[in-house]
Design a protein around this ligand. Structure first.
Ligand SMILES: *[C@@H]1O[C@H](CO)[C@@H](O)[C@H](O)[C@H]1NC(C)=O
Ligand SMILES: *[C@@H]1O[C@H](CO)[C@@H](O)[C@H](O)[C@H]1NC(C)=O
Ligand SMILES: *[C@@H]1O[C@H](CO)[C@@H](O)[C@H](O)[C@H]1NC(C)=O
Ligand SMILES: *[C@@H]1O[C@H](CO)[C@@H](O)[C@H](O)[C@H]1NC(C)=O
Ligand SMILES: *[C@@H]1O[C@H](CO)[C@@H](O)[C@H](O)[C@H]1NC(C)=O
Length: 407
């Protein structure tokens, strides 16, 4: 213990001497390559704080234990673990890690933890004009609205599933056949259905094992989007054609071991023509990995949500329950089941595109890596940016009527 202490003292003493020597040399020789003010700055920071010049310091203002902050990890670890191109972002929730909070380059706030009146009183008391305050959310604005104008002109950046966020934190992405990410985006230039290559014989053969109309995997039976009501209507309508909707999970009689994803996936691929990719809330661009359960398992997705799905998928590969309405939707499903040749062509996209989960091991497309990449964009970090009408941007109209949410 004692020896350790002395060696530490000795180490700092040596370091100090070296730095002083460098300053001395630069002063006497007047060598241009040693910048006097830089060396002094370095000396100061070595003894005053833990910061090093190559790191970008990110303070988690809200809990480090809730998602997505929990996934960021501590220090550089989350970026290193994912093999990110940039790993110099340093994550901490310790507000006194640097001298004071104005010393952090970036402060991140998890939306669902700052949307109540009491949270407002706990926001930082001071901020530096050089810092980026970032609003973060993977949760929908429908489920977690922010009903206060107090956040107008407050955040500098957003990191959410919305496609117009400064950095995206979404659930799925689409690549072309060479693996280049092409979407989702506000304006997509998909191949026209007529220009896509037809589905081959082997694939059509694979589809022949299917025997049931549709599956729905759901765990939350009581949600705000009313999807349960629509699903039950679809089920009743399908029965008129002698077809079935099998509801898996807490809200229905079917079950698939939750821990065994591959077993559930296999079931979808082998058995079902359609898969209900119903979102649990209505918000712009809110499209989750539910869509992947269909697309990655050779089932045609039946979507229901507030997103403009043309930003996510080309036409002719899915059915939209909201647009079609229950009766037309089910008539169409029945028609496709009875016309396997036409049904098979709903998979033409597979010749041209690939759908992936955003946070798979592939670091080039990982959206946690994307956060650190944005922060390494020196021009963007320096640029003054402010989200002016934050509330208008984030909230669905009419959601903030509940008095308990307003402040
Ligand atoms: C040294 O630092 C000063 C002040 O920060 C700066 O203006 C100057 O360009 C720097 N010189 C070199 C050689 O880096
Ligand atoms: C994929 O790569 C091949 C070979 O480099 C190229 O000919 C083709 O045009 C690329 N396709 C797309 C969609 O970019
Ligand atoms: C969806 O987005 C496309 C492409 O931007 C646009 O042409 C279309 O009008 C949008 N649909 C709706 C319902 O807003
Ligand atoms: C999961 O299901 C697959 C079959 O699809 C099976 O081979 C595997 O043993 C199952 N794993 C567990 C942990 O039950
Ligand atoms: C961040 O936003 C605040 C509040 O609007 C503003 O004062 C500050 O200049 C902005 N800073 C940057 C780096 O964008």
């Amino acid at each position: 213990m004692r020896r350790h202490f002395y060696s530490k003292v000795f180490f700092f003493y040596s370091l100090f001497s070296v730095i002083l020597f460098v300053i001395y040399v630069s002063r006497t020789i007047g060598n241009q390559s040693y910048n006097l003010s830089d060396s002094e700055e370095m000396l100061k920071s070595t003894f005053e704080s833990k910061s090093d010049a190559s790191s970008i310091y990110i303070l988690e203002w809200t809990s480090p234990y809730t998602e997505p902050f929990a996934f960021l990890g501590h220090g550089h670890e989350g970026f290193k673990k994912r093999g990110c191109r940039y790993t110099n972002c340093y994550i901490t929730s310790d507000r006194s890690y640097l001298k004071d909070i104005t010393k952090f380059d970036v402060v991140i706030f998890h939306g669902p933890e700052i949307n109540k009146k009491k949270d407002m009183a706990n926001m930082p008391a001071i901020r530096s004009p050089h810092q980026k305050f970032v609003f973060v959310s993977m949760e929908s604005s429908h489920n977690y609205p922010v009903c206060s104008n107090k956040f107008d002109n407050y955040f500098n950046w957003t990191w959410t599933y919305r496609l117009d966020s400064d950095a995206r934190l979404g659930y799925i992405y689409v690549t072309d056949i060479n693996g280049t990410v092409i979407g989702p985006k506000k304006i997509m230039h998909w191949l026209r259905y007529e220009d896509m290559l037809p589905v081959d014989v082997a694939f059509k053969e694979k589809l022949k094992t299917k025997s049931k109309a549709a599956a729905w995997f759901v765990s939350n039976c009581d949600d705000q989007s009313g999807r349960m009501k629509i699903a039950l209507k679809i089920k009743t309508e399908l029965e008129k054609y002698n077809l079935q909707l099998d509801i898996y999970g807490k809200c229905g009689p079917f079950s698939c071991p939750r821990f065994n994803r591959s077993e559930c996936d296999r079931k979808i691929a082998e058995t079902y023509y359609f898969y209900l990719a119903f979102e649990n809330s209505f918000s712009e661009d809110y499209v989750t990995e539910k869509l992947l359960h269909a697309l990655q398992n050779n089932a045609v997705p039946v979507v229901y949500g507030a997103a403009n799905y043309s930003r996510f998928m080309p036409n002719g590969i899915y059915l939209n329950a909201m647009e079609l309405g229950v009766e037309r939707l089910v008539a169409k499903m029945n028609n496709l089941i009875n016309n396997p040749e036409i049904y098979a062509e709903y998979f033409r996209w597979k010749n041209h595109y690939e759908y992936r989960f955003t946070n798979e091991d592939d670091s080039a497309h990982n959206e946690y890596c994307g956060l650190c990449a944005l922060m390494n964009d020196v021009a963007k970090m320096k640029e003054i940016t402010v989200v002016k009408k934050f509330r208008q941007w984030w909230d669905n109209p009419d959601l903030c009527k509940h008095l308990d949410l307003k402040f």
